[in-house]
Each structure stands twice: as C-alpha cells, then as structure tokens.
Design a protein around this ligand. Structure first.
Ligand SMILES: Nc1ncnc2c1ncn2[C@@H]1O[C@H](COP(=O)(O)OP(=O)(O)O)[C@@H](O)[C@H]1O
Ligand SMILES: [Mg+2]
Length: 205
C-alpha cells in the first residue's frame, strides 16, 4: 500500500530532467513536503552492480539482455527504495523509469512493445507513476545546448536516432495514463512553473 506520490521525469538526454528534478525537490522541500529524489539505479548496491555490467565497454550486451538487466535494476530500486519511501508518505521524484525502456529498447532497438510492457510489470510489481512528465525539446535547442559538449561529429550524426526517440516519446505520452508532454525549449523558470502547475492539476500537491 502506498500513501505518497510517485512522479517520473522522462525524455531524451539533455532535455533538462535533472535540472528540473532538482528545482522541484527544492520547491517541494521549502513547501514542507518530504521528498525523495532518485534515479535508476538509485544507489542500491545490487542495481549499481548491474549498471556496471551495462556500462562496461568490454561487454557485448544483446538488446534483450540489456532490457532484462535494466529491468532487474529497476526491480531492485523499486522494492528497496521507491516503495518504502512511498509507504512513508514521501513524494518520490524518479528520473527515468518504465517509459525509458519503451522508448530506448522499444522504439530505439525494436524489441516488441508487449514484451517490454510485461518486463516492466515484473520489475515494478504493478507500481505506476501518479504523474509522468516527458521533457522534449526541438533539435535546434538540443544542438545549441550541447554545443560545447560535442567533441566530434559522431554525436551530430545521431540525428536519426534522436528523431526516433522524440517520436517514440510523443506516442508513449498518448498511450500512458497520467503522462504529459513538457516543451523543454522554454527557460528553466518557465518550465519549473509548468511542472508545478501539472503537480497541482494531477493533485500531487
Ligand atoms: N530550460 C533550459 N534552457 C537552457 N539550458 C538548459 C535548460 N534546462 C537545462 N539546461 C541545461 O542543459 C543541459 C542538460 O540539462 P540536464 O538537466 O542535465 O538534462 P537531462 O537530465 O535531461 O539529461 C545542462 O547543461 C543544463 O544546465
Ligand atoms: Mg539527467
């Protein structure tokens, strides 16, 4: 049984998830709420060990193994950290969750979406977010924000993958209950105001 609220921040890299998650934690904390800000693998030792397998360049992890490793890490993080915090009545803000598997392993790598949904259900044991905020920005802003980060042309050649992700996330928002799209081209302050407005609309605060 959970009494807290579960908020998930989703979207491709560099869309401002971490920036907004930190701002939201601060605002909620100042308003007197008890908040847990977390992201997969969530600092749980088992999930961290799984992440090492995923990130080790010496490993050739197949797409289905990759899916299951992420799900194993999610199961551990959910049971060890998220569910207990919700049971204590906290507002849990989690950067990336099940929708990332649908976007990256489904739209990105082409694994059947029903299989991913099944794997997600095993990992979450049926826990679903009270609100999923999906941060999407246009290519123009993506390139501008990342300018100083691009060390070679390889990253710029990932346009097609980025478009696929963006399209995937748009479709996922339509299919997912309590999920909304946030235009990440706006300023940090404008987006933060929008985030708070959605929290009120979805009765999180
Ligand atoms: N609304 C915004 N406008 C301009 N730059 C931003 C905005 N939000 C975040 N940034 C910057 O963009 C970069 C990526 O943001 P970050 O929050 O780390 O994204 P994510 O966690 O989605 O990967 C950071 O350098 C951050 O300071
Ligand atoms: Mg981040």
């Amino acid at each position: 049984m959970t009494t807290g609220k579960f908020i998930v921040f989703e979207g491709p890299d560099r869309g401002g998830k971490s920036t907004q998650a930190n701002l939201l934690r601060q605002s909620l904390h100042e308003a007197g709420y008890s908040v847990l800000l977390t992201r997969e693998p969530g600092g749980t030792p088992v999930a961290e060990s799984i992440r090492k397998i995923l990130l080790d360049p010496a490993n050739r992890v197949t797409p289905r193994a990759e899916l299951l490793l992420y799900e194993a890490s999610r199961a551990q993080h959910t049971e060890e950290k998220i569910v207990p915090a919700l049971a204590e009545g906290k507002i849990v803000i989690c950067e990336r969750y099940t929708m990332s598997s649908c976007a990256y392993q489904g739209y990105g790598r082409g694994i059947d979406m029903e299989l991913i949904n099944t794997a997600n259900n095993i990992a979450t044991n049926g826990l679903t977010p009270d609100l999923t905020l999906v941060f999407l920005m246009s290519d123009k802003y993506f390139l501008k924000r990342g300018e100083y980060l691009f060390s070679d042309r390889l990253e710029l050649e990932k346009d097609e993958f980025r478009n696929k992700m963006r399209q995937g996330y748009k479709e996922l928002v339509k299919k997912t209950p309590n999920a909304v799209l946030i235009d990440a081209d706006n300023t940090v302050e404008e987006i933060h105001a929008k985030v708070l407005a959605y929290l009120r609309e979805f009765k999180v605060i």
